[in-house]
Design a protein around this ligand. Structure first.
Ligand code: HQG
Length: 186
């Protein structure tokens, strides 16, 4: 793995899953001071030379908008699994959202709806292509669920913004899954 991808993974781990391992003080929206994060990374041999510019490069060159670095603070936009629930901005969703998953999860999803599992929120995609690539992480022939987000929102389900392509929800009842496709193309 190249240095930039490895750094991106390290940032995801620190900011989404284990800030305490780095002694980070995280605010309610998941932000930590960049200097604190850099100091923690410098204690590890592998990251002893990492600079803020390297983190800026991770953010600038990634296809996915995972992190925000602003006013000396850095946060992950989504993906958290830490016990303290990260406060996300509530937002009216588009009419339809998508969720890419594995065929083997379908029966359970139909029975229980979409659950956040190990994360704090269910992750939904703005478009089908994004959902397909999310689903491919779990299954080479993923399944794309179509979510009637308008009806869910009309009926009181809250949606939150991750980034422009990632939406979040606490739980999605199976009744809002109105269609699904099995993606045979790679
Ligand atoms: C499934 C990546 C059985 C759910 C991605 C998913 C995303 C159920 C898996 C972000 C279920 C959890 C999150 C139920 C949900 N029964 N299985 N009732 N309800 N599931 O990885 O959404 O590259 O925690 O369908 O691109 O795949 O890391 O969530 O398959 O944006 O930046 O449980 O992480 O972004 O898997 O992915 P995950 P996800 P990064």
């Amino acid at each position: 793995m190249n240095y930039r991808d490895a750094l991106s993974k390290e940032l995801s781990y620190a900011l989404r899953h284990a800030p305490w391992e780095y002694e980070l003080e995280m605010d309610a929206e998941g932000r930590v001071p960049i200097d604190q994060l850099l100091n923690a990374l410098h204690r590890e041999e592998h990251w002893k030379d990492v600079q803020e510019a390297d983190i800026q490069e991770v953010i600038a060159k990634s296809e996915k908008k995972r992190f925000e670095l602003k006013d000396g603070m850095i946060r992950a936009f989504y993906g958290h699994s830490i016990p303290m629930k990260i406060v996300k901005e509530e937002k009216i969703p588009p009419k339809v959202l998508y969720h890419g998953t594995a065929r083997r999860f379908l029966d359970s999803i139909k029975a229980k709806g979409l659950l956040p599992q190990s994360r704090q929120y269910v992750h939904l995609s703005q478009d089908m292509e994004t959902a397909k690539s999310v689903g491919r992480r779990h299954d080479g022939t993923p399944c794309i669920l179509v979510i009637d987000a308008k009806r869910a929102w009309d009926e009181g389900v809250k949606f939150y913004l991750g980034n422009e392509k990632v939406w979040l929800a606490d739980w999605v009842d199976a009744k809002y899954i109105v269609d699904y496709y099995i993606s045979k193309t790679s």
